[in-house]
Design a protein around this ligand. Sequence first.
Ligand SMILES: [Zn+2]
Ligand SMILES: [Zn+2]
Length: 570
Amino acid sequence: MVPDIVPPDLLAPPDARSRSFRHDDAALVLDGYLRRLAAQEARCRVVLGRLGRVFLERRGQHLLGFARLGDYARERLGLSARELQSLASVTERMEQLPAIRMAFERGEVSWAQVRLLVTVVVPETEEGWLALAGGRTVRALEAAIRELGRSETAEEDDGGPHVRFRLRCPRRFLRLWREVVDLARRMAGAELSHGQAAEAIAAEGLSARSAGCEVWPDTARQPELPGDVEETFIQLERAPVAEVIPEEVEVLGLGVEELDTFALDGRMRAVVQASQRIDWQMGRLLRVFLDRRLFRVMGFPSAARYLRERLGLSERKARALVALERRTWEAPGLGEAYRAGTLSWVRALTLLPVIGEKTASAWIARAEEVTVRRLADEVEWALVAREPFDPIAPPPPGAALDMPDRQTCARPDWEWPDAEIVFSAPAEVVALLRTAILAFTRPADPLWKGLEQLLEHVQVEWEGQPRHRDPIFARYGWRCAVPACSSRRNLHDHHLIFRSRGGENAQDNRVTVCAWHHLRGIHAGRVRAWGAAPDAITWELGVRAGREPLLRLTGDWYVGGTSGSPMPAV
Ligand SMILES: [Zn+2]
Ligand SMILES: [Zn+2]
């Protein structure tokens, strides 16, 4: 078994230590351990990636009787297919880049940096890129790669498998749901899916109802602008973290080509088990670190930036680890089973919203007895069938999971749920949303009432913030209005007559543009726009002093009816 890095007294429930809590010291101590854990976790990922690559080449899932890779990965590893594929491809590319591999093993570049580097680096350019990566944040490195025209945004690869969220509700309730989803989109400046909106809703709700008095999620954070990379953290201690990989894990990555598929399965499970032990320690420390906003002490503007830059961890995974850690106060068995690897990540997440002190052992036993698919159905059933004031218990073994109509018959004052909200999202998101809903549900109310309370709370919070304003983005189809631009992310609201020059807030003075076009185009003088939104805006691209701009258009129409002058003769 992989030994714990973090000394036991640091892993003790932190309230016991809170009186003498000193923010500065605690931040440095916890950051040190978190970085070591993250380094160890990254080393485990490489071993998993190496095993995964051979498994994928062979289509191991078929040999083991699974039709799809996703089904195999969820059931046996508790991961998503995408995560396994991403680990395999990054590891494969890294193995062809010896300098990057060495730098990673010495702890000089993080996993997050490696994932970005392998998308552009070839053996001839390795050294140059390594030098460049050395003094930069992950975000700045990403920007440098984007400048090369590699726009593939490397999504975090620590996400759980997608699962379904379903909630029956009265038809009239769907309107509120759509309103708040739209509001979430305006807040984010992007056309979020229902799952992405749900993530923001859950985070906002949990920040209001989490057990601690101090809250972590800064859902209201301003979008970070591409030009303003403040590099305060560069001055932080950035000594390499050369965490040795536990020997037990190291050997699992040796001689993988000779293994049969069944052995690969066994080894992958063993690596996942070891990383869960590391994750469990991280969850413990992260809860204190994030609840007390110690990332601020270290000069980071947001939890997300800290997690990404220092630990290479996604905010989503961190939130879920912290929620799991919180739940283990009530249900210690949950944490123990996750730590020991008897419950996979996806199984632990599935149980997270429903498990409690009285039901912990029954749910954990059930989770080991059934497939993930069945477990998800049982949790969904138990949520609907729950009795007021009773803990939520698993159904009797083998029960048919007919959705009980009982609740509506028994309580005539409940509205008939004749519609439903359904979407699929990563397991972390569904677990956090359910947890938030339950936190807002009064014991005698149906779940959709809890969601209603949650949505009303979120609506008030968000509408109180300046960013939601008018639905200007929707008018442009959630796309940058600059001709020829395909950007749908990081949308900004630009005033055609600058507010600094007395421009009005009226809709015909406002246009939706992407962050690049806003800050580096319009406000940098490379792009000009005037006229009335939405249809009568004249655009000039490639503006230069004393000469005609490269292009002039009204909307998407070239002025003069041609997309350009004939090619000049060379
Ligand atoms: Zn502007
Ligand atoms: Zn644009």
